[in-house]
Write a protein that binds this ligand. Structure first.
Ligand code: MN
Length: 486
């Protein structure tokens, strides 16, 4: 892929934007990283807080083995090095929602090392983005500033929840690439079941590192945009921030390394604080925790048990079902849509199934603001509808009508076809009768069609209309040719 298509034109020439992402992904687990308190989203404030999470004196952290397994599975899913020995460190800083006064994280020795993620771009190309590391760490609590005129509150439900911080290499060159990276990473996490990926609930959020440079020059100074919580906002934040940095540099200014916030309402980034360096946090190994040592057998067992991931599934859909790479990519982008498609396609024409799922079905869901989970039409029902087309019970055109009724009522397609009398007419005698009527009523057209055989299309249309769309189009064509002596 040429690097040049991503360049941004400034007043003084072209600029290249360089992007790296740090994604915080909440680990799916029943309990927190170092305590047995539950982790359900939306619970009443401060009810999921153990003495460990509240940092009461003398409390000791105990590692949650399930969170470790989830981190290893995620590492395997992004084809990364699994480090059999890793170390938890204290990252020291003060914040009211951080009762320990430090976050337990991993610094020098993360549980997962280098990996890579393949991202799919709009032009059909695939790009590899390097992953630098994945480490486990605790989340902080939540400060609440909008409930009282002069007081702030703190909710510690989130305090101590396990996060995976997944750090990419600065390999991305456009907002499209960064968005594709987050989409693919989210799909992998969801397939693995290691993070639910619900960005609107904050269980996945991205820190976006943005810098700009002249093509071919060394990396520029970067700014970090903190906690961006939607894929759309990630795109907007990058576009704004890259442009801002180019303007500063072209005016002869310098970029200050800092942390910035994206304000979605204003569509702009704002300075939050100057960027801390790692040494500001006084990292040191947590004396309450031994180094984390894994057995290779455990890693091997998790590897053997991994589900099929999006890239492999897409390749299989192309191979087994004969779908185009594009359609297969659309279907596997979410595990739930891939599963839905496979249920529809089982024992049926897979291309027809793919067209229906990605076309009418997704279209109807979009229009109604629904998802596969809340769809009134199940995979079984859509499969049955496709079965009715394939065995010539109904035509493709009537199927669209039936589908609309299914979507409104949730009824089975066979029931709708019977009740509404939509069964396709394959009885040649009945079709012949309609054809005779149309021919008798249109002598001028009959004369015309002898000169211009293409006019048979008009007759087909009339016969289909007269039959309420229920005549079998192939039989209509054949009988018409015969009757009109074409
Ligand atoms: Mn972090």
């Amino acid at each position: 892929m040429s690097e040049n298509k991503n360049l941004i034109e400034g007043a003084t020439g072209a600029w290249e934007v360089v992007l790296g992402l740090e994604v915080h992904a909440q680990v799916m687990s029943q309990a927190k990283l170092f305590s047995s308190a539950p982790t359900k989203f939306g619970a009443e404030q401060n009810v999921q807080v153990s003495l460990v999470d509240a940092a009461m004196p003398g409390m000791l952290p105990v590692i949650n083995e399930e969170c470790v397994r989830q981190a290893v599975r995620t590492g395997l899913g992004i084809k990364a090095q699994i480090n059999l020995r890793s170390v938890f460190d204290r990252k020291n800083y003060f914040y009211p929602d951080l009762p320990q006064g430090y976050q337990i994280s991993q610094f020098k020795y993360p549980i997962v090392g280098e990996g890579e993620i393949e991202i799919d771009l709009a032009d059909g190309s695939v790009k590899r983005v390097g992953v630098e590391r994945l480490h486990l760490e605790q989340d902080a609590g939540k400060s609440i500033h909008d409930q009282h005129p002069s007081l702030s509150f703190v909710d510690l439900n989130r305090s101590g929840v396990a996060l995976m911080e997944i750090v990419s290499k600065p390999d991305m060159r456009s907002s499209e690439e960064a968005q594709a990276y987050v989409k693919k990473l989210r799909a992998i996490l969801r397939y693995l079941g290691t993070c639910d990926g619900n960005m609107e609930e904050g269980s996945m959020r991205a820190d976006v590192n943005v810098s700009v440079r002249r093509p071919g020059e060394p990396l520029g100074t970067r700014c970090e945009i903190k906690n961006v919580n939607s894929i759309r906002f990630i795109g907007q934040a990058i576009e704004y921030e890259a442009r801002r940095q180019i303007d500063v540099l072209e005016d002869g200014g310098e970029i200050a390394q800092e942390t910035r916030l994206f304000d979605p309402r204003a569509g702009e980034t704002r300075s939050m604080r100057s960027k801390e360096e790692a040494h500001d946090y006084r990292y040191f190994p947590d004396p309450d925790l031994l180094p984390l040592v894994l057995q290779q057998e455990m890693v091997d067992a998790l590897a053997a048990d991994l589900p099929e991931l999006p890239d492999d599934k897409r390749a299989r859909f192309v191979r087994e079902y004969g779908l185009s790479p594009y359609d297969a990519g659309v279907l596997v982008s979410e595990k739930v849509s891939a599963d839905f498609f496979e249920e529809v396609a089982t024992g049926r024409d897979p291309k027809l199934a793919s067209n229906w799922v990605t076309g009418d079905f997704f279209g109807a869901l979009n229009k109604a603001g629904l998802s596969i989970e809340t769809s009134p039409v199940s995979a079984r029902q859509l499969g049955e509808l496709i079965g009715l087309i394939s065995d010539n019970t109904i035509s493709g055109r009537i199927a669209k009508e039936v589908f609309e009724i299914m979507f409104e009522t949730g009824d089975d397609p066979a029931k709708i076809v019977e009740e509404k009398g939509l069964r396709q007419v394959t009885d040649l005698g009945a079709i012949e009768q309609v054809i005779d009527e149309v021919i008798a009523a249109n002598p001028d057209k009959v004369a015309e069609v002898k000169e211009k055989p293409k006019l048979i299309g008009w007759f087909v249309g009339q016969v289909m209309k007269a039959s309420g769309g229920k005549a079998n189009p192939q039989s209509v064509n054949e009988l018409l040719s015969k009757k009109l002596e074409l």
